[in-house]
Design a protein around this ligand. Structure first.
Ligand code: AQP
Length: 325
């Protein structure tokens, strides 16, 4: 039997290149190695302000784009978190073995409570506890995530140790699996590319809009004029070239940027062409899939059914260990 893998994506906005490079590509690469379970994590998405009437559409859009990108539903389980209510039950239980001081240390909580300072809520604070429940409900051993989530997985391991020590060996300690693209920065070249910030390139975004956004993206701040030599080492556009361009294009850009042989716009055109070439087949599949509502709903329903069964078994064991049965 293969070990289980769990990961999730929030239906909190359009899926972007950070999600694609930092998580999705890795999910797809690991499909055959693990019994892979992926969740559209709607309970997580409601911890910040959102439009309730858009949620179902966002869930279907996220499902369609991840499948279009290569997440084969025949070789994995895909489901919506809230259709397996045991996630919240286990979250409550894990909350009783989680230290408040640990949650207060979490970088994502600190950032999000600044970003959404008017609506900081308990759900946002408990986000890593729910995430721990998501993972261990399936006794998953591997969690492919971007670097922004590594701290949460570390806390999850701590929660597992505490739970096992208190109630007896129950859960394995999961391991974060980071891909090559650990942390993709947004077009501002500073913050993490994030659905809830206006700094993304969407995986389903129109090619013209992608190039337009790239053209305005921040590069080496010291390079003011085209005649100024640039420093690719501190340029986010150059970093992105590594994920989309050929070695000879990367070498060309690196060399010519340093001697002001090319301007930022030329570099961005090369990048734009390559991003679009890579994501165009995904966009074509997505355009077709997004209208197949019944097909998408059936995949999610089958995923829920399987996850409900696993979750029910785990929770029986947990309730027994807690003396609740
Ligand atoms: N910029 C990124 N670079 C590398 N990996 C990233 N991930 C997200 N952004 C980057 C990884 O994608 C998976 C899904 O994460 P998410 O749904 O939480 O995505 P998000 O864009 O980060 O969403 P939000 O709504 O803006 O929430 P925050 O900022 O709280 O994450 C994860 O594996 C994540 O690591």
């Amino acid at each position: 039997m293969k070990d289980k893998l769990f990961s999730g994506i929030q239906p909190s906005g359009d899926i972007h290149l950070g999600n694609y490079l930092g998580a999705l590509k890795n999910w797809i690469a690991l499909l055959d190695e693990y019994d892979a379970i992926f969740s559209i994590v709607d309970y997580h998405a409601i911890t910040v302000p959102y439009e309730a009437h858009e949620l179902q559409q966002r869930i279907l859009d996220a499902t369609a784009i991840v499948i279009a990108a290569g997440l084969d539903p025949e070789r994995s389980t895909l489901f919506v978190q809230s259709t397996v209510p045991e996630h919240t039950e286990l979250c409550w239980i894990l909350g009783t073995v989680t230290r408040i001081s640990d949650l207060e240390r979490m970088t994502q909580f600190k950032q999000k409570s600044q970003q959404f300072y008017q609506t900081v809520n308990m759900g946002l604070f408990a986000y890593p506890v729910l995430q721990a429940a998501d993972i261990i409900l399936y006794k998953a051993k591997a969690v492919p995530v971007g670097e922004d989530q590594a701290q949460h997985i570390e806390l999850c391991r701590e929660i597992v140790r505490k739970f096992n020590k208190t109630y007896g060996e129950t859960f394995p300690e999961p391991q974060a699996i980071l891909g090559e693209a650990k942390r993709i920065l947004g077009l501002d070249g500073q913050a993490k590319m994030s659905k809830t910030m206006d700094n993304t390139i969407g995986l389903a975004e129109d090619p013209k809009s992608i190039q337009k956004k790239l053209n305005k993206a921040v590069t080496d701040p010291a390079r003011v004029r085209k005649t100024d030599p640039g420093n690719p080492n501190i340029c986010n556009i150059f970093t992105l070239q590594h994920f989309f361009s050929t070695p000879s294009e990367i070498e060309y850009v690196d060399r010519e940027c340093r001697v002001a042989g090319i301007g930022c716009l030329e570099c961005k055109k090369i990048l734009g062409k390559n991003i679009i070439a890579e994501i165009l087949p995904i966009q074509e599949k997505y355009e077709n899939l997004k209208y197949q509502k019944k097909y998408l709903q059936d995949i999610l329903a089958a995923g829920s059914k399987r996850c409900q069964e696993i979750a029910a078994t785990t929770m029986e064991e947990v309730r027994e260990k807690l003396g609740m049965r």
